[in-house]
Design a protein around this ligand. Structure first.
Ligand SMILES: C[S@@+](CC[C@H](N)C(=O)[O-])C[C@H]1O[C@@H](n2cnc3c(N)ncnc32)[C@H](O)[C@@H]1O
Length: 412
């Protein structure tokens, strides 16, 4: 088969309707910028009947830019391709293109420039996050230090070595607060609202779980929001590892505690605590790299007890609606391609299992998030021990917590 160049008007070329190549909004924008700056550099290929084989996206964007009447060079075969040949080259033109050598990229380009040219921060993991990857990703001997969860999680597919985290992880049991950051936590206040149970202290997200979250999903320079900051458990761990951010809550008891708690965490990072309703955030759109939230689990533990308290609901549906509003706000303030990380435990109501993590996943997808990761943290807590003794105490399935990681990808 021989190919030669001919001239065609862009508008006379026929797109292949089943073209399997898709573009996100960002990729579309990147390609548009490139075409505006460099014009059409590589020549599209067409069949003898003007059907486009390669160059679909570039030709589509040129048409959008009002250049349909322009004549361009195209490559044309000396005979019509068979259907099989057509389909094969359609894929090969995009697929047999090699891959980037990230070491070469890192040595010869600035990260900010690469981002401008169309890489996203996950593509750039190997360059941009080199320090973290060396510590937690590439070197198997290092990423398990003092942290049995890393050892236990399933990394048999090698994905951890490639991108720094697993596809689906079950994080090994955590029991005591014997983590690096645990020693910096103040004791929790007494829950005087809780008349129904023997437990007298409020609960806190386990620092061991949060260490894994921070090490797995946060990257150098990330600016975070902790919504429903509570006792600043996430903010404290993030600050400990050098991340700055903001924590918000509506409850004066929590706000006061958080300020003291964060002042106790060493390091130069800055974490601001603000009084704010998670259902109505006063931050501009696209403001944070990462949002974390471990909200009230339905009515299981009461906080401010006001109407806007996510733990005050007359039924489960009302809680779901608040979670939806809260998640929508997280989506809004998150930068494109940023991650929202939600911790949720399922619980029992009237003896029946409520799979709240599932409902929250559905809600998050409905509002535009894409499910990026789902880790399960196994927890051995006192409630497991006590629930054996007292059936009525089986209010929370505390054997595991779900870490739901969502990505804000605008084209979805
Ligand atoms: C489970 S606690 C968070 C504990 C936190 N994850 C920790 O371990 O430090 C839930 C927090 O959500 C807060 N909260 C409830 N409704 C809220 C709302 N509408 N806006 C902001 N915070 C809210 C409560 O005041 C409480 O401090």
């Amino acid at each position: 088969m021989k190919w030669h160049s001919e001239k065609r008007k862009i508008k006379d070329l026929i797109p292949y309707p089943q073209n399997p190549r898709q573009m996100t909004d960002k990729q579309n924008e990147d390609l548009k910028k490139s075409l505006e700056k460099f014009d059409l550099v590589e020549i599209p290929a067409i069949d003898t009947d003007n059907k486009i084989i390669s160059g679909h996206q570039r030709l589509r964007i040129l048409t959008q830019l009002g250049r349909g009447d322009e004549e361009i060079d195209v490559r044309v075969p000396d005979r019509k391709l068979t259907e099989e040949e057509f389909k094969e080259y359609l894929i090969r033109a995009n697929k047999n293109t090699g891959q980037f050598d990230f070491d070469e990229l890192a040595n010869n380009f600035e990260v900010d420039d690469l981002k401008n040219y169309g890489f996203d921060r996950f593509d750039l993991g190997e360059i941009y996050f080199d320090d973290e990857l060396v510590k937690y990703g590439k070197d198997k001997n290092k990423h398990s230090i003092n942290d049995e969860g890393w050892e236990n999680s399933d990394n048999s597919d090698g994905i951890r070595d490639l991108v720094g985290y697993d596809l689906l992880s079950v994080w090994g049991v955590i029991q005591d607060i014997n983590t690096e950051t645990g020693k910096y936590f103040f004791p929790l206040p007494i829950n005087t609202n809780d008349k129904s149970r023997n437990r007298v202290r409020y609960s806190r997200t386990h620092p061991g779980e949060l260490e894994k979250i921070v090490k797995t999903y946060m990257r150098k320079g990330d600016f975070f929001l902790e919504s429903c900051v509570g006792w600043a458990a996430f903010s404290s761990v993030a600050k400990f590892y050098g991340y700055s951010g903001v924590g918000i809550d509506i409850w004066d008891v929590s706000l006061e505690y958080c300020k003291k708690q964060l002042a106790n965490i060493p390091g130069l990072a800055k974490v601001e605590i603000k009084e704010m309703d998670a259902l109505d955030l006063k931050f501009p759109d696209n403001n944070f790299d990462i949002v974390y939230c471990n909200p009230p689990f339905f009515n299981l533990e009461g906080y401010k007890q006001s109407k806007d308290d996510i733990s005050v609901n007359s039924n489960y549906n009302e809680w779901c609606n608040k979670i939806k509003k809260m998640s929508q706000e997280c989506f809004r303030v998150l930068k494109p391609n940023g991650l929202a990380i939600f911790t949720m435990a399922d619980f029992r109501k009237d003896g029946v299992l409520v799979d709240a993590h599932n409902d929250w996943t559905r809600i998050s997808k409905e509002i535009g998030f894409v499910l990026w990761d789902h880790a399960i943290q196994r927890i051995s807590s006192m409630s497991i021990v006590t629930r054996k003794r007292n059936y009525k105490k089986r209010y929370c399935v505390k054997g595991a917590e779900h870490i739901l990681v969502f990505k804000k990808i605008l084209s979805h």
